[in-house]
Write a protein that binds this ligand. Structure first.
Ligand SMILES: Cc1ncc(COP(=O)(O)O)c(C=O)c1O
Length: 379
């Protein structure tokens, strides 16, 4: 087996991309000696809110923490149902379980791998309190066909926008569509803080609740705490605030986001054009004109064999995701999802990150073509 890629950029399916200013920003925080919630975190929140054109944004320690906090803030608790696509990272499901709620697994549209509105209707119960669309690969999810019904039933939409920082839903940036939205700024996301996330609340009241929850129930600011012999704990809460070290990385990254967005779109279009001549591999559409793509995923026959052949060439292919309704931990909430089960045997994630060159992409696509030939899927 040959694990040494001749195209170095292709060895991993994802990789963080730094611009250089991140190191200096972290060094300044380290030298300052305050690593918890500081003014740097407030400034990062303000700059993300400005970038999206929304009144407020709340930083937390991870995308998983954001989903959990948003669910709690929306009143989701024990005995309630939350509709969620099975085809997502397991973190989405764990966040629901953290609240004591039940995941109601739903299907995705095979063309986009995003939540299928018809399947949401099918999954509805009298206990449904929230729906969590996952913006797969960076693509906005269109729930307009069922929006009126969700509003009528007072069902909250909480967007898992872990993949979708910078993307648009029509004319509005994701996060500015009026839904409660959670981004992830994990190591390989469109924008990275190292580890971190931003929640976009729907109202000032919701923002207050989220700030209480993320800081172990303490709402007093650092300045208030410094000026007093006590502090107030006003609710049960979590240790979910973002460190100033992570916010410094995020702030530095945000300053370069226009470059990030353009580079990711260009790389995705490169795949689109290189794959157009490959019969047997269908690129999952991310609506690149409106999205900052996070993944390049193809549907192929004999996926496991293709995965093995490409790994043998040292190419970092992956699978996003093994379906959650078939995971042992989530067995109590299993329901038949034939579309998801079929698609999950076809999807293959190709290397997609800003270190890739056009040559890397051609190398990956040639290797894919060769693998498809070996499996008999490409003439
Ligand atoms: C779809 C999705 N949801 C949630 C998360 C969790 O985000 P984090 O890793 O920041 O906790 C991820 C992270 O990969 C993800 O891909």
């Amino acid at each position: 087996m040959n694990n040494t890629s001749t195209q170095p950029g292709t060895g991993r399916n994802a990789s963080p991309y730094l611009y250089g200013s991140e190191q200096a920003a972290v060094a300044r925080v380290l030298a300052g000696g305050h690593y918890g919630h500081t003014r740097i975190v407030d400034e990062f929140e303000e700059s993300v809110a400005r970038f999206l054109g929304v009144p407020d944004a709340i930083a937390v320690s991870s995308g998983t923490a954001a989903l959990h906090t948003a669910l709690v803030a929306a009143g989701v608790t024990t005995g309630m149902d939350v509709i969620v696509p099975s085809l997502t990272f397991c973190a989405t499901i764990q966040a629901i379980l953290h609240c004591g709620a039940r995941p109601r697994f739903a299907e995705v549209d095979p063309a986009t791998l995003c939540l299928d509105p018809a399947s949401v209707l099918d999954a509805l119960t009298d206990s449904t309190t929230a729906v969590m669309p996952v913006l797969y690969g960076g693509r906005a999810v269109d729930l307009r066909p069922i929006r009126a019904l969700l509003t009528e039933r007072r069902i909250t939409v909480i967007e898992d926008a872990a993949h979708a920082f910078g993307s648009y839903h029509g004319l509005h940036p994701v996060g500015a569509t009026g839904e409660l939205t959670c981004f992830s700024f994990g190591p390989i996301k469109n924008l990275t803080c190292g580890q971190g996330s931003m929640i976009i609340p729907r109202s000032a009241g919701e923002a207050h609740t989220i700030r209480e929850l993320r800081q172990i129930g303490v709402v007093d600011t650092a300045a208030q705490r410094a000026a007093s012999t006590t502090y107030r704990v006003t609710t049960a809460g979590f240790r979910y605030q973002m460190s100033a070290l992570n916010a410094a990385i995020g702030g530095a990254q945000l300053a370069h986001f226009a470059t990030t967005a353009a580079a990711r779109r260009q790389l995705w279009r490169h795949y689109q054009s290189a794959l157009s001549g490959v019969s047997g591999a269908a690129l999952v559409d991310v609506d690149v004109d409106h999205s900052v793509p996070h993944l390049a995923v193809v549907k192929v026959p004999a996926r496991d064999r293709v995965w093995t052949l490409m790994r043998e060439q040292g190419i970092g292919v992956g699978v996003h995701y093994p379906p959650n309704h078939l995971q042992p931990a989530f067995a109590p909430w299993r329901r038949p999802l034939p579309v998801t089960e079929r698609i999950s045997r076809q999807i293959l994630t190709l290397p997609f990150h800003q270190h890739l060159t056009g040559d890397d992409i051609h190398y990956v696509v040639s290797a894919l073509q060769q693998a498809l030939k070996e499996t008999g899927a490409h003439p």
